[in-house]
Structure formats: C-alpha cells, structure tokens
Design a protein around this ligand. Structure first.
Ligand SMILES: Cc1ncc(COP(=O)(O)O)c(C=O)c1O
Length: 365
C-alpha cells in the first residue's frame, strides 16, 4: 500500500544530515528541532501555535482534556473513523455520540449534526477521513450557535483544504498524527495539536509534560509524558518541505485512477465536495462484493486495505455504550464495501493503470 523505502531514497541526504545534527547536539527531547517544527507546521496550517506530542491519539486525548472534557460530558463525532477518535473521548471518561456520514465524502453529515447535540454536549469532533475535509462551514455554524468548540481530527489530512483554508485552521484546534504512513509521516510515532489560542496551547503543553509549572519540578496538574522527540521533529522538518509536492503527486495519481476507472460498473469512486481539496491520504472506492474483489486483486499481486471493516460504535470495546447494527446505516454500509487502493507519491503512473485494469477484471469476474 505504501513504499516508505522509495520515499527515503529520494530524501536520503537531507534526512541523514538532519538526524546527524540532532545526534551531535545531544539534545534528544525538546530543543530547537522540536520548537522549529512546531512553528513551521503551525504556520503551514495557517495557525499560530503547535504543541508536539508523542502520537495522534495523545494529541486528541490531551486536547480533549485541555477543553475540560470529562465524565458526564458528551462529544459529538463519527463512527466511520479509526478507533483512536473514540478512544480519546472514552479515555477522558466522556461519552461519544455518533453522527452518520455523508455517503459521497465519508465525513460527518452536517444535516444530522443538530439532532446529536444535547445538554451534555461539550465539543464537536469531525474527522477529515482519507484526507477529505469534513464539511466545516455548516459544522462551525451549528457549533457556534450552540456555543461549542470544534476540534478537527486531522490525523489523515495534512495539507487538505476546505474553502481555501487548510486543515488545522478549520476549527478551534486540530490534532494531527505523523504515523509513518501518513502524508507527513515520522520514522516512528509523533503527533501535534495546532491552534491559534495561546492559552489552550499552553494547557495542552502542560498536560503533555507532567503538568509542569514555571519550574522544572513544579507539577501543577496531573499530566503525562507525551513529548515529541527531537529526532522525529528533525525528520518531519525535512519532510514538511516536500509535503506540497507529494500531495500534488497524490492528486495527480487520484485523477489518473478516476480516469482509468470511470465509468466502471460495480464501483463508486471517491469525489471531492465542491470547494474541498482532499489531501488524498487514501484512494478509497466502494465496490460491491468487496471481499472477493480484494481477494482477486491480491491474487494478481495488488495490495489493498479496508479502512475500516467495522464502524466504531459496533466495536466490542465500545459495547457498553449500547451501539446496535442499524444505528448508523451509511457508516455500516461503507464498512461493507469500502476498499482502499495503493496511493503514495512514489507510485508510478503505470502501476495505477495496471491496478485499474486488475480491478476492472476482478469486478467483471
Ligand atoms: C483518523 C485518525 N485519528 C487518530 C489517529 C491516531 O493517530 P496515531 O496513530 O498517531 O496515534 C489516526 C491514526 O492512525 C487516525 O487515522
């Protein structure tokens, strides 16, 4: 699905120089690389503050804590996402309330949002799934009407845009993952919370660093250790300089898939909502007979993946919330027929053509 070695071959010299700089500095936690990456990535997102943390799950968990989300509270989000979105809410003792998604863009359906907002709602948490931004204008408007902040789960959406504004600047704050396979991926785990609210950023930083106060051994609140390390920050600074080119290449390849597959009976291709610009983290189609299609593709040497085979309201880990099959018909239908095809910047155009041909053959069979 992804070839990180091919990417490394292209940036080998820059990465080695950056890693060497950190090793020679002897500064492995904090320091210039972390500070500069936070500044550079926040600026990339069009906001003023970035707080580097250990991974995307911590970014979400700590951001929710910084809002004061806790037991008795509800957070309105989607079930058509990676489990971490739900975990972050549950780890804070709050309850996720799920809104079904739009079948075209796979993201939160703003038309269903208001019905999910209640007395206990503390926050709205849309997910920019597969790199496609959620429909943020109506989500923000509704949230504002109810006096609620909007936190973006932008773990899959580095460089995505909605109405010309980049993910990270579309809500009050946003959480990113730099898991290796992401559009901007570290060489290990890493994450960030970005925002233009200085006070909020300071709260997240405090929670991520043992609840620290003005002095090293002041511990003002119970926090944790969730710091971004300097080696990851140095690698990410190198890669950030390539992100726009890589995303442009993803877009080109997504366009090539669309051309090669349109029209193909038995598949529905991903589309961008008008005004939205996907970061094309994944190229996810809908295919009837998805599991057989995937098996046939595998026989022909084409890797695919299912993101995600079960919406999180039906995960055993969330069983005590009482989610039932039928609660979220669109999310549940998607889990039965979505199929992600290989898409990464180094994928040759000829490979896209071959995969598209193999897909047509698999569907015809
Ligand atoms: C939508 C979404 N949210 C949150 C996360 C969590 O990020 P991490 O794996 O860095 O903890 C991921 C990453 O895989 C994700 O895809």
């Amino acid at each position: 699905m992804v070839d990180l070695q091919a990417q490394y071959a292209d940036i080998h010299d820059e990465v080695r120089a950056a890693v060497e700089r950190v090793v020679e500095s002897g500064r492995f936690i904090g320091g210039d690389e972390c500070r500069l990456f936070e500044q550079e990535f926040a600026a990339y997102c069009g906001v003023t503050h970035g707080v580097g943390v250990a991974n995307g799950t911590d970014a979400l968990t700590l951001a929710l804590r910084a809002y004061g989300v806790g037991p008795g509270d509800e957070v309105v989000t989607v079930a058509n996402t990676f489990i971490a979105t739900g975990e972050a809410i549950l780890l804070n003792g709050a309850r996720p309330v799920f809104v079904d998604v739009d079948p075209e863009t796979f993201t939160m359906d703003p038309g269903r949002l208001e019905a999910a907002i209640g007395r206990r709602t503390r926050l709205i948490l849309p997910v920019h799934l597969y790199g496609h931004p959620a429909d943020m204008r109506p989500i923000r408007e509704l949230a504002a009407r109810h006096g609620l902040p909007v936190l973006e789960d932008a773990a899959q959406a580095h460089g995505a845009e909605d109405a010309g504004v980049r993910a990270g600047g579309l809500g009050h704050a946003a959480c990113f993952s730099f898991y290796p396979g992401k559009n901007l991926g570290a060489y290990g785990d890493a994450g960030m919370v970005v925002t233009s609210d200085a006070e909020f950023a300071a709260r997240v930083r405090q929670l991520a660093n043992h609840g620290g106060g003005a002095h090293k051994y002041d511990n003002v609140v119970v926090g944790t250790n969730s710091r971004l390390d300097a080696l990851q920050a140095a690698v990410l600074r190198v890669k950030l300089r390539h992100l726009d080119d890589w995303n442009a290449r993803r877009r080109e390849l997504a366009g090539r898939y669309a051309q090669a597959l349109e029209p193909a009976a038995g598949v529905r291709l991903p589309r961008e909502r008008r005004g939205a610009r996907s970061a094309w983290h994944l190229y996810t189609i809908r295919a009837s007979g998805r599991d057989e299609v995937a098996a046939r593709l595998a026989q022909n040497g084409v890797a695919t993946a299912v993101h995600y085979p079960r919406p999180i309201h039906l995960q055993p880990a969330l069983a005590n919330l009482g989610g039932r099959a039928g609660d979220l018909p669109i999310s549940e239908a998607l889990s039965r027929d979505v199929l992600s095809l290989p898409l990464y910047p180094e994928l040759p155009a000829a490979a896209v053509d071959r995969i598209a041909e193999a897909l047509r053959a698999a569907i015809a069979a």
